[in-house]
Design a protein around this ligand. Structure first.
Ligand code: ACO
Length: 430
């Protein structure tokens, strides 16, 4: 195949290089399009735009493939855990034992929050959304570590390893403290003897003189949930992190922006919306048939279905769908939401509307049922997604920061507003 392509615009031909990824993905390199021809590429929503070269995650949405650094998500789900996958995503390979131990140690040592930050929680009303608190807290956290959040690239990178472990650790502590504050409960300090997911559950649910005990494997289920969310290439929040990083911003500021981008119901907020939808269906006595009909008529959206990239099963949804039953069983929970979800999935997969549009369950379809079984309140679901996504945001920030040729991200637009007009004064105005 040729390594250039010719485009004819008007009466002129222009030649552009072709790019090929390691998995055979092809792209037309249009970086010189405007300089050569005066045209720009228009791609609202970026559905057809490659914004970067990246070594982290590969997705083939048509085949339902997801791999981190070459490892299939199915293998990682079976053999790995959240912290090991976090290292894989951030550093490029499965860590040797001593590196993994050092990382785990750093995560453990960084679990507490500066007591000065405890007071920030007092400023929020109890009805504040936990994503608003999380984003504000992550940005504020940087203020406590000026040497890691200097916006001087060289200096921020010199502290990268510590900052990465610190953020992975503290995002979990901040999340648990947010929940305790909203519930009017005293903060619970991290317990250094507990593993990552179990320590989170301890900080969420321990009571005075009644420490949280994981009797039914909730920590294992949570670890799987977090692991499956570790990265997902150039989605809305990760692209936001890269966008903010491209201006030279530090890692704290960049991931704080990522949290805001994740919040919306079309992105990370969908896991909350799925449970709300399932509960509404349950309350209305519908077996899912009426809801599917409403979705087809454009009167409702089947939350947890559809994806910009996957035109096949999201492999994470397959893993979570399979695990959900076992997790609920081990916890001795019977949740009618799981039955409704299964019925909806079955009905949608057989319906021409969903088949023609290639709409399949995405990661959010079953994740809420698992979080609910663990005892996480619905309002905290998107926060849980943010904890899981932290390694991906960090790895993507690093790709930008490490690249000396990285340019500030600055898309163009097609202006459709008023053309030039003369200002006519309408009398004296303040
Ligand atoms: N229910 C019913 N119809 C749907 C759904 C859905 N969940 N998703 C897409 N469609 C329909 C659209 O109405 C459109 O129909 P049309 O061709 O008749 O106009 C068609 O399918 C194509 O949909 P788009 O909106 O073009 O898909 P897009 O790629 O822009 O959006 C998105 C993807 C946002 C995920 C969408 O499918 C959606 O809103 N899903 C529900 C929310 C959700 O689960 N979000 C989580 C995504 S995964 C994540 O971020 C972790």
């Amino acid at each position: 195949m040729e390594d250039t392509a010719t485009i004819r615009l008007g009466s002129e031909n222009f030649e552009f290089p072709l790019l090929k990824g390691t998995e055979g993905e092809m792209a037309l390199d249009t970086r010189t399009l405007r300089a050569k021809s005066g045209f720009i590429a228009f791609d609202e929503g970026y559905g057809n735009t490659g914004s970067c070269l990246s070594d982290i995650t590969f997705i083939d949405g048509e085949k339902g493939i997801l791999r981190h650094r070459g490892y299939p998500i199915e293998q990682l789900a079976e053999h790995s855990g959240f912290l090991e996958t976090a290292m894989l995503v951030i550093y490029g390979d499965l860590p040797p034992e001593e590196c993994f131990d050092a990382f785990r140690f750093s995560v453990r040592e960084n679990a507490s929050i500066h007591t000065g930050m405890h007071h920030h929680f007092d400023g929020f009303p109890s009805y504040a959304h936990p994503m608003a608190i999380l984003s504000a807290m992550l940005n504020s956290l940087g203020a406590y570590y000026p040497e890691m959040s200097s916006n001087d690239r060289e200096q921020d990178l010199a502290h990268f390893n510590e900052t990465a472990a610190l953020l992975i650790s503290k995002v979990r502590t901040i999340a648990a403290m947010t929940y305790r504050m909203k519930m009017g409960l005293p903060f619970v300090y991290p317990d250094h003897n507990r593993r990552y997911a179990e320590n989170f559950l301890h900080m969420m649910f321990s009571k005075p003189y009644n420490d949280y005990v994981d009797e039914h494997g909730a920590a294992k289920a949570l670890d799987l949930f977090l692991m499956l969310h570790a990265d997902h290439e150039q989605n809305c929040s990760t692209s936001t992190v890269r966008m903010v990083a491209s201006g030279g911003a530090n890692l704290f500021a960049s991931v704080s922006a990522g949290v805001c981008a994740l919040w919306g119901p079309s992105h990370g907020g969908a896991n909350m919306a799925v449970i709300q939808m399932l509960e509404d269906i349950h309350k209305s006595g519908d077996d899912g048939t009426r809801f599917i009909q409403a979705a087809k008529e454009g009167k409702a959206k089947l939350m947890g279905f559809g994806h910009r990239v996957y035109k096949n099963y999201d492999p994470r949804a397959k893993i979570l769908g399979k695990s959900a039953e076992g997790i609920l069983k081990s916890m001795d929970i019977k949740d009618p939401m799981l039955d409704i979800a299964k019925r909806l999935e079955q009905a949608a997969l057989e319906d021409p509307y969903f088949i023609e549009r290639k709409l399949y369950p995405n990661v959010d379809f079953y994740s809420g049922i698992i979080l609910k079984a663990i005892g996480i309140p619905v309002e905290m679901f998107t926060v849980m997604f943010a904890i899981g996504r932290m390694p991906g945001w960090i790895a993507n920030w690093k790709e930008i920061a490490d690249n000396p040729k990285s340019r500030i991200h600055r898309p163009r637009q097609i202006y459709t507003g008023a053309t030039l007009r003369d200002y006519v004064a309408m009398g004296e105005r303040e």
